[in-house]
Design a protein around this ligand. Structure first.
Ligand SMILES: Cc1ncc(COP(=O)(O)O)c(C=O)c1O
Length: 430
């Protein structure tokens, strides 16, 4: 891999981070199922602990299999470095951890995965952090929400559950003007459809649980750092740009420049929070990523066919797929996700709550699960599951009204996906 010519997405998806194993020549990335690594001598150990030499100490911090995955996702996203975590939710905490402190806030989009709204509304308060939710279509509203204690702006490229496309250029413009890092959850788009760093994102987070692994076998997360943010400029990020008491006074930005965030996340974040990805999970995700481009092509092709079929069906109320000309977000597709608007969207069923419940119960090919981004087509009725605790008005605001189901369109034959929906809609609306 000494070529200087930039390699294409599908080549990187197979080769980035992977080298024949130096000990055995194994071509595939082995699962290094080990907790610790033998130091060559005391000087070698000291150099590793001082971050003067990059190497392996203990698998809570670094592991060769997990490191290969971090390198691969960083390459695909066009980032300087990455850190893998135990889940997508862990990745979100790991992204915020070096930026925030007690009293600090994150300004976040109202259109986010429900679990993230919960994590940001309640759980992060235990750290003394808070979140302000605003409509990210409205630049003035984002600007108005930013205050002296804001340390990050957070959104999803293709927002779960509605498949709404965020105008990353607009949001990055606001973040840049305010001198704040933009964190983008790129789970539902994947770097195949969008590279948020090219639109101005500072950090990209992933639930590797979804399309990156692609077959519903792993819970994992990744944070990618663009390496471009000036952590020293504002004095607001002391963990990265002032002597860090948690790492014997090291100023990470001064010492490591564009790799400051990545090294802090490993040396302090993983060391002390321990949200580490396991090597087996990393191995499965590496396998999954090898076919990411091929899978995403089929996902978006199928999603477009299914969305068009649903929109034309009289038993269906509304289809939120941004790839449809009727979507208010359609004009963003060409700029933000030019290859396609993803494969996650919602649709309304005539007959409301009862019809939705009958629909999920009568589908045969679709699986009724709380997941997305699998090769299999998946469905969930948020109002009777993930959003059932919310009052109806909040369900509507979250895009999860009682008459709405969310689908994650798989890579089966489109005709079979449509036939399954057709037979189940007939029973649900009879
Ligand atoms: C967009 C998005 N981000 C983050 C997460 C959280 O990921 P995980 O379940 O791996 O913690 C999810 C989970 O559904 C998600 O859909």
């Amino acid at each position: 891999m000494t070529e200087t010519r930039p390699m294409g997405f599908d080549t990187l998806a197979i080769h980035a981070g992977a080298h024949p194993d130096p000990a055995t020549g194994a071509r595939q990335v082995p699962i290094y199922q080990t907790t610790a690594y033998v130091f060559k001598d005391a000087d070698h150990a000291a150099r590793l602990f001082n971050l003067q030499e990059v190497g392996y100490i203990y698998s809570r911090l670094t592991n060769p299999t997990v490191g290969a995955l971090a390198e691969r996702v960083a390459a695909l996203e066009g980032g300087a470095g990455a850190v893998c975590c135990s889940s997508g939710h862990a990745a979100q905490i790991m992204a915020l951890f070096p930026l925030m402190g007690p009293g600090c806030n994150v300004v976040a989009s109202t259109r986010l995965y429900g679990g993230t709204i919960q994590q940001f509304s309640n759980t992060i308060r235990k750290f003394g952090w808070s979140a302000k939710f605003v409509d990210f279509d409205d630049a003035a509203a984002i600007e108005a929400a930013i205050d002296d204690n804001t340390r990050a702006i957070f959104c999803e490229t293709i927002a779960n559950p509605g498949g709404v496309i965020t105008d990353l250029d607009l949001v990055a413009g606001v973040a840049n003007k305010a001198g704040l890092p933009l964190i983008v959850d790129n789970t539902t788009a994947t770097p195949y459809l969008c590279k948020p760093i090219e639109h101005g994102a500072t950090l990209v987070v992933h639930s590797a649980t979804k399309y990156l692994t692609g077959n519903g076998t792993v819970t994992g997360g990744v944070v990618v750092d663009s390496g471009k943010f000036d952590w020293s400029a504002s004095g607001k990020f002391p963990s990265l740009a002032a002597p860090e008491p948690a790492y014997h006074g090291l100023n990470f930005h001064a010492a490591l420049g564009g790799m400051a965030f990545t090294f802090h996340s490993i040396a302090v974040g993983l060391r002390d929070l321990g949200m580490t990805m396991n090597p087996q999970g990393a191995h499965y995700t590496l396998m999954g990523i090898e076919t990411l481009g091929l899978r995403m092509q089929r996902h978006i092709e199928n999603a477009r066919k299914v969305a068009e079929w649903l929109e034309a069906d009289p038993r269906v109320d509304v289809v939120t797929y941004a790839g449809l000309a009727s979507s208010p977000y359609h004009d963003r597709v060409a700029r933000i996700v030019p290859k396609g608007a993803g494969a996650l969207f919602t649709f309304g069923v005539k007959g409301g709550y009862e019809a939705c419940v009958k629909l999920v119960d009568n589908l045969k090919l679709f699986s009724h699960v709380a997941n997305l981004g699998d090769t299999r087509s998946l469905i969930i009725h948020p109002a009777s599951t993930t959003h059932r605790q919310l009052p109806p008005d909040q369900q509507v605001r979250a895009g999860a009204a009682p008459n709405v189901v969310r689908v994650s369109i798989g890579i089966e034959d489109a005709a079979d996906i449509i036939a399954d929906l057709d037979q189940a809609l007939a029973k649900a609306t009879a």
